[in-house]
Design a protein around this ligand. Structure first.
Ligand code: FES
Length: 121
């Protein structure tokens, strides 16, 4: 594994992202809730640039069998990445694909050392 210094801590505020190319691969560095995450910019659906999509929230639904009503809730505002090609959703803090259970964006270890953000690939 090779370490790459890709940013300084001050460079990204919460909610920011930075696209970089490492060893011929597009990687996106996200800062969310003060933590850094790095994912390959490759959607699990058809290989689209998932990490370049809009950041929003998502909706969840609960069905009440007694009332036969569905309760829709908006959640995770600012934590959900939408692939620009067909809208598959990803949870930024975990990389989990919300559109296909049990799958995740390919991730890379991130470490902060002396104010520098280092991604290992
Ligand atoms: S390629 Fe990302 S949703 Fe289809």
């Amino acid at each position: 594994m090779n370490d790459h210094t890709v940013a300084t801590v001050e460079e990204l505020d919460d909610g920011d992202r930075k696209l970089i190319e490492l060893e011929g691969r597009e990687v996106a560095l996200f800062r969310i809730d003060g933590e850094f995450r790095a994912y390959t910019n490759w959607c699990l659906h058809q290989g689209g640039p998932a990490c370049e999509g809009s950041v929003t929230g998502t909706s969840t639904a609960e069905f009440d069998r007694d009332d036969l009503q569905t309760d829709l809730q908006w959640c995770k505002e600012g934590e959900v990445l939408n692939c620009p090609w067909h809208g598959w959703e990803y949870d930024i803090p975990t990389g989990e694909c919300l559109s296909k259970e049990g799958t995740k964006l390919p991730s890379h270890p991130v470490e902060v050392n002396d104010g520098e953000v280092i991604v290992s690939l």
